[in-house]
Design a binder for this molecule. Structure first.
Ligand SMILES: *[C@@H]1O[C@H](CO)[C@@H](O)[C@H](O)[C@H]1NC(C)=O
Length: 300
C-alpha cells in the first residue's frame, strides 16, 4: 500500500490542491457527461482543462493493473451538485477494482483557496444557502474566511463568513465528512500557507484500508521538522518545499527530497516561485544578478 501512495503522489500531484473543491459521487455528479480518457502519462486534468478554458475540472481515475492510473478529465462550466458530495475525500482514491473511481472536482478558486476541513465547532448557525463555492465567496467578499458545510442529499451547502479563525482553530482536522466545515481562506502568500498549522494524526478519522490516505488529492503528506505528524503540502507549487518534502514524505522510506527555493543563495522570498516542482527565479536580492536561473554575486 505504501507503493500505492507513492504512485498516487507521483501521478496525481499536479492537481492544484489549493483549488480543491471536493470529492463527488460518480456517475451522479457527471450528470450524463463523460470525461476524456487521458491515459497513464498525461498532463494533469487541471492543466488540460485550463487549455479548454472551463471553470471546473472533474477528474476521475482508474487503476490500470500495476502499471499506473488511467485518468479521465471532464472540463465543464457546470458546478458540481452538492447533493453528490462524498462523505470523506478518500472516496476519490482510484479503486483497485478496475472501475473508475469517484470524481475529484477543482476550479481556479479566487479570491479564496481551500485550506482544510475540520469538525464542526458545534455552533448552531447554519449559514446562507449556496449552490456553488463561488456564491459562498461572493457572500464572504469582505471577509478573511469562508466556511462551507454540506449535508447529505442537499443540493445547497451552508456558507458562513468570518474574519477570524478562532471558532474552529482548535477543532480536529478531518478528511471532509458531511457536516464538517470546509474552510476556505482568502489567498495568502504560499510561504505563509506552508507554515499553517500541522495536521496531527490524532485529529484524522481515517478507517481501515484508507489509513494511507493522509491528504486530499494533489497534496503530499510531509513529515514535520521537529514534531510527530505531518502537514499536507502541494510540492508542485510550494516554494519552501518544491519538488518534494524537506524532511521526508510521511510513511514513505525513500521519498524525493524537495528544495527550499527561498533559501537558495541570493534569492528573496518574493523573487522565487515553485512551478511543476522546480524553483523558478524571477529576480534576486540586492547585490545579486540573475544569470541562468541562479543568483550570482554582482560584479563577479
Ligand atoms: C465512491 O463512493 C462510494 C460511496 O458513495 C464508495 O462506496 C466507493 O467505494 C467510492 N469509490 C471509490 C473508488 O472509492
Amino acid at each position: 500500500m505504501l507503493t500505492c501512495v507513492a504512485l498516487l503522489g507521483f501521478f496525481l500531484n499536479t492537481v492544484l490542491a489549493y483549488d480543491y473543491i471536493g470529492c463527488f459521487f460518480r456517475p451522479g455528479v457527471l450528470n450524463g457527461q463523460e470525461g476524456v480518457q487521458q491515459g497513464i502519462f498525461s498532463v494533469s486534468c487541471p492543466d488540460y482543462c485550463a487549455t479548454q478554458g472551463t471553470i471546473y475540472t472533474y477528474e476521475y481515475d482508474r487503476w490500470s493493473g500495476d502499471v499506473g492510473i488511467d485518468q479521465w478529465c471532464l472540463c465543464t462550466d457546470s458546478p458540481p451538485d452538492f447533493q453528490y458530495i462524498e462523505d470523506g475525500w478518500y472516496n476519490c482514491e482510484p479503486s483497485n477494482s478496475f472501475q473508475p473511481g469517484n470524481v475529484s472536482v477543482s476550479a481556479h478558486l479566487v479570491p479564496f483557496t481551500f485550506t482544510y476541513c475540520c469538525e464542526s465547532p458545534g455552533t448552531n448557525e447554519l449559514g446562507t444557502r449556496v449552490s456553488t463555492v463561488f456564491q459562498c465567496f461572493a457572500e464572504c467578499s469582505s471577509y478573511q474566511y469562508a466556511s462551507l458545510v454540506y449535508k447529505a442529499g442537499e443540493t445547497q451547502g451552508y456558507c458562513s463568513c468570518f474574519d477570524l479563525d478562532d471558532r474552529w482553530a482548535n477543532q480536529p482536522r478531518t478528511t471532509c465528512h458531511l457536516g464538517d466545515w470546509n474552510i476556505f481562506q482568502r489567498a495568502v502568500q504560499p510561504s505563509g500557507f506552508a507554515k499553517r498549522q500541522p495536521r496531527d494524526r490524532g485529529g484524522l478519522d481515517i478507517k481501515d484500508r484508507k489509513d494511507q490516505v493522509f491528504c486530499p488529492l494533489g497534496m503530499t503528506a510531509c513529515n514535520l521538522e521537529e514534531a510527530e505528524g505531518y502537514e499536507c503540502l502541494d510540492t508542485e507549487l510550494d516554494p519552501e518545499s518544491c519538488g518534494g518534502c524537506m524532511h521526508g514524505q510521511y510513511g514513505v522510506v525513500d521519498s524525493l527530497e524537495g528544495t527550499d527555493c527561498t533559501a537558495l543563495t541570493g534569492t528573496t522570498l518574493y523573487s522565487v516561485t515553485c512551478s511543476s516542482g522546480r524553483c523558478v527565479m524571477t529576480g534576486c536580492g540586492d547585490d545579486y544578478d540573475l544569470i541562468d536561473q541562479s543568483c550570482m554575486e554582482a560584479g563577479k
